[in-house]
Design a protein around this ligand. Structure first.
Ligand code: SF4
Ligand SMILES: [Zn+2]
Ligand SMILES: [Zn+2]
Length: 313
């Protein structure tokens, strides 16, 4: 297998592009894909300060490495989910990554902010763990971006994540989610701009990049992910891709090209009608979803009402 660009020995094949690359040309290809996404979807510029949500996995750590190489101003934010050994390892690897490269990283614990670990929150609120985790992350990432003076929030979602999510959303016709499935979601009523610069790159490509760069990341999956239907959709997409290379990319980018036709930006979206009584962020109810969740978790045993939060200092 020879590199498409320089004809030396290739280290990775990319069937959807009918290409293979050596290490040097693969690096150039990958950086170009990220640069293209940032420009095409106007994700951010050199003037922006980017808050990067870093989990300790390959995608977010590699994205941090890439954005630094491209000269963007980044601040890392890691949320310790309190999921036993998985979270201990995730936090350790993220902290080490930042320290070795002299990068700014802020670490918060979900237990301190929401009153319990993802597992605790899930039990008390009777939500699936991923749903409890999602509500908390949305709120805390957004808050962190504002706290640290960032103009945009970047996450390490890759092409596999986005294509499988799209498949799940279409199978259930989740219009609300489909409307928001965009690699660059503009700032909206107290919610900071959200971007996904890795949306052109697959898991395999990100794992290869991380290996080449010696990035030490958490390999094991989150133990709560048995809950995520996403894994099943990923498996299905990978099977289709094996039989017909390029389908994943055509499916996802085909949707993005048609997105506005299905979900036009009408500009008449009504802003959230409330200001959360607890955190004072815009909200669709008097108390926002995160604060309701936190109040439930921190309520004294037996208290079913939404009582005052317990101080977690
Ligand atoms: S798998 Fe679920 S619980 Fe684990 S990090 Fe992802 S969303 Fe959170
Ligand atoms: Zn080459
Ligand atoms: Zn609130």
């Amino acid at each position: 297998m020879k590199c498409r660009a320089c004809r030396s020995k290739a280290i990775i094949d990319i069937p959807r592009h009918n290409a293979a690359f050596c290490g040097t040309c693969f690096d150039a290809y990958l950086i170009e894909q990220v640069r293209k996404s940032i420009e095409e979807y106007q994700m951010f510029s050199q003037e922006d300060r980017v808050l990067l949500a870093v989990s300790g996995g390959k995608d977010s750590l590699a994205l941090w490495d890439i954005l630094e190489r491209l000269g963007y101003r980044t601040i890392g934010y890691h949320l310790d989910l309190g999921i036993d050994e998985y979270s201990v390892e995730s936090t350790e690897k993220t902290v080490r990554f930042a320290r070795e490269r002299n990068l700014t990283l802020h670490v918060e614990e979900i237990a301190r902010e929401a009153g319990g670990s993802v597992v605790d929150i899930s039990k008390v609120t009777r939500r699936p763990p991923c749903s409890a985790c999602g509500v908390s992350k949305r709120h805390l990432f957004n808050r962190a971006a504002k706290t640290y003076g960032c103009t945009v929030l970047a996450t390490g979602h890759n092409l596999d994540d986005e294509a499988s999510r799209l498949l799940g959303n279409i199978l259930h016709w989740q219009d609300g989610y489909l409307e928001k499935q965009n690699p660059s979601l503009p700032e909206d009523e107290g919610l900071i701009r959200k971007v996904k610069p890795l949306n052109r790159l697959t898991e395999k490509e990100m794992a290869t990049y991380s290996f080449m760069k010696g990035i030490d990341y958490v390999i094991r999956e989150c133990p709560m992910s048995f809950d995520a239907k996403q894994l099943f959709y990923k498996k299905v997409m990978n099977e289709i891709e094996k039989e017909s290379p390029g389908t994943k990319q055509a499916f996802y980018f085909g949707f993005l090209q048609r997105r506005e036709r299905f979900y036009p930006e009408t500009g008449d979206k009504s802003p959230p009608p409330y200001i959360c009584q607890v955190c004072e962020e815009p909200s669709y109810s008097e108390i926002c979803s995160f604060c309701r969740l936190r109040l439930k978790v921190t309520a004294p045993p037996g208290d079913e009402s939404l009582s005052r939060p317990r101080t977690t200092s």
